[in-house]
Design a protein around this ligand. Structure first.
Ligand code: ACO
Length: 336
């Protein structure tokens, strides 16, 4: 049977460390508010003197993942790039990354699933691999939020949560009868709530797509109904995790590490409590990086592997909910 396994991971953070105290100089907020409401202490943003796009951060993470997998770039059959902050409106950042890797005609696919970019990306990679169409797929999740945030009191609810960053995963086909690799997953979307978290402009549905008035109205900045998204996450994540555990026949206590999307530490603490998990079973790194959206889950996997919290034979459960709204859960077991 063909299984989808991880061969290598990598991450890259831009150089500019932005603390909560830094943000408090630019808007009416405080370290105490941000830590209490979100758990975030700091995040990394790109250096405005040396601007970089999502594919620039992504290619650095990709090179690390490729080296750890023992792959050359030319070994890649397909690139899947997840981002809500593409380098340009079009074409997709996957094409830009493909060229930066020195590739000529390797296919590249962008997905726009925001915080669940990794979960949708892993499911897509798994489907391509199990169908036999591709054997080696590079997933990259990368975001440059900082160039599109409202750095004023008006935008403070959204601006304080986002960080820039990238992470990459090399997925490969493995012929085996062992229960390893992607064991189960569920993906969901509920477009009913699409406008609860969005950046509205520029947009094809607007005529023209962007005007000075729209800029004055701050319609090019992300806006969010944080309370609604928060409540949806509290309901959907435990409910979907229980469903995937049931489908795979895995006991919730046999998961070595739960790796959530890092949107708000309180959401993930609620999940831990709701699922009645032992302390330390849910991974948090939002303190250090903030919400790097499509990069959070692969970044956390990479970090947990590096710290030795997980390794050969470990079973992880990844989950997240974000703009769309979209959400998903995936259970993965590393090869021994
Ligand atoms: N600093 C200080 N005060 C603030 C800030 C800030 N950064 N932001 C908001 N406030 C104020 C508000 O104005 C409000 O003041 P008021 O009571 O005088 O009106 C008060 O703090 C409470 O504001 P709320 O928005 O109700 O705060 P809440 O506890 O809901 O926390 C937060 C806001 C952190 C955004 C939370 O709602 C949240 O995390 N929501 C979920 C986010 C999420 O998961 N998003 C999905 C992923 S992102 C993606 O998909 C792209």
């Amino acid at each position: 049977m063909i299984r989808t396994v991880i061969r290598g991971t990598g991450r890259h953070l831009p150089p500019r460390l932005v603390t909560n105290q830094d943000l408090a100089q630019w808007m009416d907020t405080s370290d105490e508010w941000i830590q209490q409401r979100t758990g975030i202490q700091q995040r990394y943003w790109i250096d405005p003197d040396h601007p970089e796009g999502a594919s620039d951060l992504g290619v650095k993470a990709a090179r690390i993942a490729l080296e750890r997998a023992g792959w050359q770039a030319t070994d890649i059959d397909l690139i899947i790039f997840a981002t809500l902050s593409p380098d340009v409106f079009f074409p997709g950042s996957g094409c830009l990354l493909q060229h930066k890797l020195g590739l000529e005609t390797t296919p590249a696919l962008d997905i726009r699933q925001q915080c669940t970019g990794f979960l949708y990306g892993m499911a897509t990679a798994d489907a391509f691999i199990r169908s036999g169409m591709y054997r080696r797929i590079l997933f990259v999740g990368a975001e440059v939020h900082s160039t599109g945030l409202d750095i004023s009191t008006e935008g403070r609810d959204v601006t304080v949560i986002f960080g820039d960053g990238a992470a990459a995963v090399c997925f490969e086909a493995l012929e085996t009868d062992e229960p390893v690799g992607v064991l189960g997953q569920r993906l969901h979307a509920q477009g009913e709530f699409a406008e609860s978290l969005m950046t509205e402009a520029p947009a094809s549905r607007l005529w023209p797509r962007l005007t000075p008035e729209m800029l004055d109205q701050r319609r090019h900045y992300p806006r969010m109904d944080g309370k609604l998204i928060f409540k949806l996450a509290l309901k959907r994540l435990p409910e979907t995790a229980m469903a995937v555990l049931k489908e795979t026949g895995i006991d919730k206590h046999d998961i070595d590490l739960y790796i959530p999307h890092q949107a708000n530490m309180r959401i993930n603490q609620f999940f831990e409590k709701q699922m009645e998990l032992a302390e330390g079973k849910v991974y948090h790194n939002i303190q250090t990086y903030g919400n790097t959206t499509a990069a959070t889950i692969p970044l956390a996997i990479d970090e947990a592997l590096e710290k030795g919290i997980i390794g050969p034979g470990s079973t992880i459960c990844c989950f997240g909910l974000g703009a769309g709204v979209t959400w998903g859960v995936s259970i993965y077991r590393f090869v021994k």
